[in-house]
Design a protein around this ligand. Structure first.
Ligand SMILES: Nc1ncnc2c1ncn2[C@@H]1O[C@H](COP(=O)(O)OP(=O)(O)OP(=O)(O)O)[C@@H](O)[C@H]1O
Ligand SMILES: [Mg+2]
Length: 296
């Protein structure tokens, strides 16, 4: 395969403690690579490093052969990488349509005709979102919100989609539908890297799987090539007894920025707090400014 994304020997540390020690993976257009591993194995950190949301300490990340490390999250989003973070991160008080427009805003596309067409396309392929386009996102079900989070990434028309635990907290039928969607997106030509704890289902749709244990790859290859033992490591890993990094600050995860296609939600939340307003309100205002700028 000719890889679109290549991660080679990636290392990421938090406060001097290695969370990702040695991760390599690749994904080609039309393919799904599943990243598996127990809690704390370094899956989320790997995706964050690809998106430029945490700094790598060593290794390479290449998109079409071009190095990404050191570029800002905004630049990386604009190169065609969309990241759906764990926990979805939709704006609960904004409507479905405005949440989708936030995806454009992050990708620097704002309300241009092309951007509006991208929003319409997503509404077309997600009937649930179309029906609820004027509904506040926070009043939708978990599965609907996950579709919105994925839809918001898709309005960027990404070449590479990064999905972090999209099935978390959802019912089995909703999860099954989401896996079908992922396969369809890949079959249409997108490259997808999917972090999953639904190991069995992930292996069914993936072309390649990578199993991480304590920050390193312990098994990799087409799903059929993985042994039961490899797959066992994806559930249990070596860290089932407790956190791998006792030195890490306990609330560190909460402080991580979560990017919506380059919109740093944590930054937006801080800015809103300083202004004594809600993040939703500020997001709405940014959207209106972006739409006014694009003259639509
Ligand atoms: N911001 C942070 N600061 C310090 N340590 C962190 C931070 N984020 C993650 N870690 C630590 O880095 C290691 C890898 O975490 P990461 O979130 O990448 O794992 P994961 O494989 O996504 O786990 P999970 O399945 O629980 O989501 C863990 O030991 C975790 O405690
Ligand atoms: Mg994670």
């Amino acid at each position: 395969m000719t890889a679109l994304l290549e991660v080679i020997g990636l290392q990421v540390a938090y406060g001097g403690v290695l969370a990702v020690r040695d991760v390599s993976l690749a994904v080609a257009p039309g393919q799904v690579t599943a990243v598996l591993g127990a809690n704390g194995a370094g899956k989320t950190t790997t995706l964050l490093a690809v998106s430029g949301l945490v700094r790598a300490r060593a290794g390479q990340v290449l998109l079409d052969g071009q190095p990404l490390l050191g570029r800002s999250a905004e630049r990386i989003a604009r190169l065609g990488i969309a990241h759906v973070p764990a926990g979805r991160g939709v704006f609960p008080g904004l409507t479905v349509a405005d949440n989708l427009r936030m995806g454009l805003y992050g990708a620097g596309r704002d309300g241009s005709a092309d951007g509006r067409a991208a929003v319409e396309e997503v509404l077309e392929s997600f009937p649930v979102l179309r029906e609820r386009r004027d509904q506040a996102a926070g009043t939708m079900s978990g599965g609907q919100q996950q579709q919105l989070a994925i839809g918001r990434a898709l309005v960027q028309r990404p070449r590479l989609l990064l999905l972090d635990e999209m099935s978390m907290g959802l019912s089995p039928t909703v999860v099954a539908d989401l896996f079908v969607l992922v396969r369809r997106l890949a079959d249409e030509g997108m490259a997808v890297v999917m972090v999953e704890q639904f190991v069995g289902q992930a292996l069914k749709v993936a072309d390649e799987a990578v199993v991480l244990e304590q920050g390193s790859v312990v098994a990799a290859g087409p799903p059929a090539s993985l042994s039961a033992e490899d797959i066992g490591a994806a559930y249990l890993g070596g860290t089932a007894a407790g956190p791998a990094l006792p030195g890490a600050p306990r609330d560190a995860r909460q402080r991580l920025p979560v990017s919506l296609a380059g919109v740093d939600v944590r930054r937006l939340e801080r800015l809103a707090a300083r202004q004594g307003r809600s993040p939703d309100e500020l997001a709405q205002e940014l959207l209106e400014q972006a739409i006014a700028r694009s003259g639509s």
